[in-house]
Design a protein around this ligand. Structure first.
Ligand code: IDP
Ligand code: MG
Length: 156
């Protein structure tokens, strides 16, 4: 099972879209194993987007991400990282396909509603940035035997 770090960005929280976006992930079968409403401090936003430090949009991105509260989520499932990225859609709201979160809920390229880890390495790093030890939980769900086929011993 993989765990990915999702952030519902300030625009998603301000526009009252948290529930509708989270419902998509729950409907898909991904498990919420961590959840935190927070205002990101500037140093944390800078570390989270470290890879983009040299990009022209970096200062604006850090300003946006720290401008108002966000909802930080840890989502778990088989292939959760790729599943969540596909559900998010392309980076720019203007280009994201209909049916995706960015494609359905926004038109802006920088205010694009959601962040999701893009690799297992990024997920490990980002989860440790936003969650303290013990804040990402391990628990079974009553629906798990219907979400996954466990006939072969592991979830399919
Ligand atoms: P991703 O969020 O789809 O992984 P990245 O390329 O990692 O996209 O960029 C991180 C974030 O930086 C984007 O989600 C978006 O908010 C912002 N961003 C990326 N490219 C641009 C740009 O060209 N103009 C303005 N903002 C951008
Ligand atoms: Mg990225």
């Amino acid at each position: 099972m993989e765990t990915t770090l999702i952030i519902l960005k300030p625009d998603a929280v301000q526009r009252g879209l948290m529930g509708r976006i989270l419902a998509r992930f729950e409907d898909k079968g991904l498990q919420v194993v961590g959840c935190k409403l927070m205002k990101i401090p500037p140093d944390l936003a800078e570390r989270h987007y470290e890879a983009h430090k040299a990009k022209p949009f970096y200062p604006g991105l850090v300003k946006f991400m720290t401008s108002a509260p966000v909802l930080v989520l840890a989502l778990r499932g088989n292939g959760a990282i790729t599943i969540a990225r596909n559900m998010m859609g392309a980076t720019f709201g203007s280009k994201a396909a209909p049916g995706t979160i960015r494609g359905d809920f926004g038109v802006s390229n920088s205010f694009n509603l959601i962040h999701g880890s893009d690799s297992p390495e990024a997920a490990t790093k980002e989860l440790s940035l936003f969650f303290n030890p013990g804040e990402v939980l391990e628990f079974g769900r009553a629906i798990d035997p219907w979400v996954y086929d466990f006939g072969g011993g592991k979830p399919e």
